[in-house]
Design a protein around this ligand. Sequence first.
Ligand SMILES: Cc1ncc(COP(=O)(O)O)c(C=O)c1O
Length: 305
Amino acid sequence: MSATVNVNGRVFDEKSAVVSVFDHGFLYGEGVYETLRTYNGQPFLFDRHTWRLRKSAEMLSLSVPIPDAEIDRRIRETLRAAGLGAGDGSSEAYIRVLVTRGVGEISYDPASCPEPSIVIIVKPQVDPPPEAFELGVTVALVPIVRNHPGSVNPLIKSNNLLNNALAMQEAFRRGAFEGVMRNYKGELAECTTANLFVVKHGAALTPPVDAGLLAGLTREFLFEVGADAGIPVREQTLKDDDLFGADEAFLTSTTREVVPIVGVDERTIGSGLPGPITRALLAGYRKRARATRPLTAAGTRRPEL
Ligand SMILES: Cc1ncc(COP(=O)(O)O)c(C=O)c1O
């Protein structure tokens, strides 16, 4: 790993970047985060990410004490220090923005933490291997239940990731690319770090947000890509059999775009190869994402040609 890190406005190399052990992010997992990536050096869907960051923070009564323009400035400063984000296609960046409760007493009282900590981690974006897109991946349907929305609501993109980590550890043990989690009602919810879609009769279906899942921005963007491509993309409650009997399936996330799923544990999904709807949605997603414009020297977006 080679990361460059902005801690509360100061840029460090990965070895020197530290936060206090008394930060409630470390002590209690109290904090929220966003994962962004660049296309042509530009953080993709920046406004949607900062909107979701603030929504997640609100759900923890946590303030994000700097405006979006300052988050943007810190990201760009860190990208420059990392030698990333040049926009010449040489290397795209992974960007993780974290906001935690900050440093305080060993107490759940948020009043003991006067100042949230803001950390931005930047490193080269690593895409899934080309075979993942060309041949598809296998996922594991894991027994770890996705958090009940009345507990730690999966809508919160929280630094408290034990639910997801335990599920992914099980998927790793089974040699799978990802783990699919059910909700407390036994319905399909999402993957451990991605949203889940199945394709049936030409339509891409994904569990509704109230099934208890993270409202992924790639998932949301895919509704727009589908509308463009004339492919119905909609929410529907899904059960195990919907996945087993799907014509196609795929997962979505910021860093992995649209990855075809061709197997669940020992079962084959559809033809066992990425299907036409998945391929069309991936192509539509990439076309739109890669149309993201680099900035001019003056820092303003180039006009569309
Ligand atoms: C639990 C979970 N679901 C879904 C996603 C996909 O979200 P997005 O498309 O915004 O990256 C993520 C991304 O990290 C995630 O952690």
